[in-house]
Design a protein around this ligand. Structure first.
Ligand code: GBH
Length: 465
């Protein structure tokens, strides 16, 4: 049912688990700055200690082995490796830490999948304009080259940037993620653009300089909900759904997988709204320069983060000011039959994943796909016997199986989010996504497997033998 070499994984991200925010010469990141402010993160929590994986990596490894994972997706912290963001100063303790993680994984026959950027820009680069600045692409390229050079003899699957959509929109439009900017309708498009440029430069570097010897694969992880028209017979709802897809998944997947440029509807709508709201600056949706390496073709596989689904209807001009919302002009509706997992945004819709996989197959050139994140949150009262989450994983994985065997989608891997409870960004430690519980009130940050972790281990065993 699943190919023999299917990747069975779990994922984490540096800032969410490592802690050690000032240990051994790590530089500050925008999430240190953001979470140290007040009123931004639930309970004013921060990732200062988190799961303390910087000191407790061996505990993480035990969890990985207990699950029987074939792959482990982690991210490396840019500011831990390069404290001021540039290759002028390398923090050798940081290099040592990730070398140990990678070597231990390989010794245990677990393949590392490494993300270079998971929301945690070095503060020193934010001080120079961050992702809004055009220069960031070449800083990122140097950082990526440094990582390929240092770890690429052992790492064969790379993700450059995790969820450019989330960084751009939550970080620069809504201001609910670091760096906390609220510049509606303008900054997010610029940030998304610079992230794509940065990704493309890094991919080309890998392709030219490192791939011939290292023979790995590089992609970027794109998050998308499954979207369908509220009324499948209503032309307006259908158009709204297409627009919604264009402004979320298409924003990044079209340039990389299909055309080398943004979806046409983004350009038309954004230009029209600039006129309507009297925005006179340069086009809010930048153009790719012919003098830079091409964006098209810069992903060796499709990396998808899927969590939930939405029904879509037109907003019919409801959002009447310059913003991404007014550009998109859509409204999301939750189907009342969908249960909500802990966090309010996460409606549980396992078959939405199968539909989305088919959508990607059809619209983005039938790529090899890794599901690089998928998960279920728990809030409030701790539940170690988390039968709902176990059921969620079982159902979701059976939808992936159907996508492979019945629909012929080329799915190559599945990564549960997350290996263990961790710092859930603006939700702090209030939302628990782990297969392992982490006791944040205990200095030892004891990890304990949830019922769902045991069940995920059984599924892996069943499908990979
Ligand atoms: C992933 O994003 C992240 O990659 C990962 O780090 C994170 O821990 C995981 O999700 C769980 O959240 O608060 O109503 O504005 C998933 C995509 C898109 C889901 C933004 C949450 C925010 C909804 N995310 N969305 S809201």
């Amino acid at each position: 049912m699943f190919p023999r070499d299917f990747a069975w994984g779990a994922a984490t991200a540096a800032y969410q688990i490592e802690g050690g925010w000032q240990a051994d010469g790590r530089g500050a990141s925008i999430w240190d700055t953001f979470s140290h402010g007040t009123g931004r993160v639930f309970g004013d929590h921060s990732g200062d200690v988190a799961c303390n994986s910087y000191e407790l990596w061996e505990e993480d490894l035990k969890c990985i082995l207990q699950l029987g994972l074939t792959h482990y997706r982690l991210s490396v912290s840019w500011a831990r490796l390069l404290p001021d963001g540039t290759t002028q100063h390398v923090n050798h303790k940081g290099v040592q830490y990730y070398n140990k993680v990678i070597d231990d994984l390989l010794a245990a026959h677990v393949s590392p999948v490494v993300t270079l950027y998971h929301f945690d820009l070095p503060q020193a680069l934010q001080d120079q304009g961050g992702w809004k600045s055009s220069n960031i692409a070449s800083f990122f390229n140097s950082y990526a080259q440094f990582c390929f050079q240092t770890f690429g003899d052992r790492v064969k699957l790379w993700i450059t940037i995790n969820e450019p959509y989330v960084c751009a929109k939550l970080g620069h439009e809504d201001g609910i993620h670091a760096p906390g900017l609220k510049e509606p309708g303008v900054a997010a498009y610029l940030v998304g653009h610079n992230m794509l440029r940065a990704h493309a430069l890094a991919w080309h570097s890998y392709d030219k300089i490192f791939r011939p010897k290292q023979k790995g694969l590089v992609s970027l992880a794109l998050n998308s909900d499954w979207l369908e028209a509220l009324d499948p017979d209503c032309a307006e709802d259908i158009a709204a759904t297409q627009r919604h897809f264009a402004f979320t998944l298409g924003w990044f997947a079209s340039p990389v997988f299909v055309t080398g440029d943004y979806p046409e509807v983004m350009r038309t709508v954004i230009e029209a709204n600039s006129q309507k709201y009297g925005y006179t600056g340069e086009s809010r949706l930048p153009f790719f320069s012919k003098d830079e390496p091409a964006i098209l073709g810069t992903a060796d596989f499709f990396a998808l983060n899927y969590y939930t689904s939405r029904k879509v209807t037109s907003a019919s001009g409801l959002f009447d000011k310059l913003s991404m919302k007014s550009d998109q002009d859509v409204q999301d509706v939750l189907d009342p039959s969908w249960p909500i997992s802990g966090v309010s945004w996460l409606a549980v819709v396992p078959d939405g994943l199968r539909k989305l996989l088919n959508y990607i197959k059809k619209n983005f050139g039938d790529p090899a796909i890794h599901i690089t994140e998928n998960g279920f949150a728990q809030v409030g009262q701790l539940q170690m016997e988390d039968v709902q989450r176990a059921e969620f994983y079982k159902q979701t994985i059976s939808e992936v199986a159907k996508a492979i065997t019945e629909d012929g989608v080329n799915v190559r891997g599945y990564f549960a989010w997350s290996l263990m409870d961790n710092f859930e960004w603006a939700d702090g430690y209030s939302a628990r996504f782990g297969l392992f519980h982490v006791d944040f009130s205990d200095e030892k940050r004891t990890r304990t497997i949830y019922h769902s972790g045991k069940e995920y281990a059984k599924l892996i065993k069943k499908y990979s033998s």
